[in-house]
Design a protein around this ligand. Structure first.
Ligand SMILES: [Mg+2]
Ligand SMILES: [Zn+2]
Length: 212
């Protein structure tokens, strides 16, 4: 692949299944929720509901116990090359942003020390409510929790070359807008089925090898 000018690039990293080796949100549901979450998730993957409604319904099925949720979230391994990739991109002048349309807290727990923005949903632990500080009701997908299109569009407007790295349903609309797409899992299958040019990756070391 032609390597984009990294000093002019904005790189958007999905969290679940991209930074984490498997999906932390699904792991929490598998471990802690009654099986009703599976039908809710299937509706989302089929495009019948947006992520905001899906996440709210799934959140209702989880215990709102911060210590318990955090300890189960930490069972999911993080890609060992996360720090090296982020450091390499920042050193090359790229902007790096974590974009996660999940329960939010675990993406902050892992990524806040990296010195990059983390745009995701948020739990108000006082009330137990899941909130959406990065929703965008004006965007084309107005039903998402954290809008992944809006920051990609904003970077493109500033003349940045946009790079999206992801694995799942929530990355599709951002992948359609990005200049460069790295995809694995169901996002790679979706890109292939829909003619979206993409680079396959299996782990973040592959992304680093392609870009750095
Ligand atoms: Mg994901
Ligand atoms: Zn959106």
């Amino acid at each position: 692949m032609p390597v984009p000018d990294l000093a002019a690039a904005s790189v958007f990293l999905d969290f679940d299944g991209t930074i984490s080796t498997t999906d932390v949100g699904l792991h929490l549901l598998e471990r802690l929720a009654p099986p009703e979450w599976k039908a809710i998730d299937a509706e989302y993957d089929a495009g019948e509901t947006g992520s905001r409604v899906c996440l709210l319904d799934e959140w209702d099925l989880l215990p709102h116990d911060a210590d318990l949720l955090r300890s189960v979230a930490f069972e999911v391994p993080i890609d060992p090359d996360l720090e090296a990739l982020v450091a390499g991109l920042l050193a090359a002048g790229s902007e790096v942003v974590v974009l996660s349309d999940g329960f939010g807290f675990y993406a902050h727990d892992v990524c806040d020390g990296l010195g990059i923005p983390v745009l995701t949903n948020a739990v108000d632990w006082g009330t137990g409510a899941l909130t959406f500080p990065h929703e965008d009701r004006c965007c084309a997908c107005s039903s998402c929790g954290t809008c992944k299109q809006a920051p990609v569009k904003e970077a493109a407007r500033r003349g940045r070359t946009t790079v999206v790295v992801g694995d799942g349903t929530s990355d599709r609309k951002a992948a359609l807008l990005a200049d460069v797409v790295f995809a694995k899992g169901s996002l790679a299958a979706w890109c292939a089925a829909n003619g979206v040019v993409h680079h396959r990756f299996e782990c973040l070391a592959d992304v680093g090898e392609a870009l750095l």
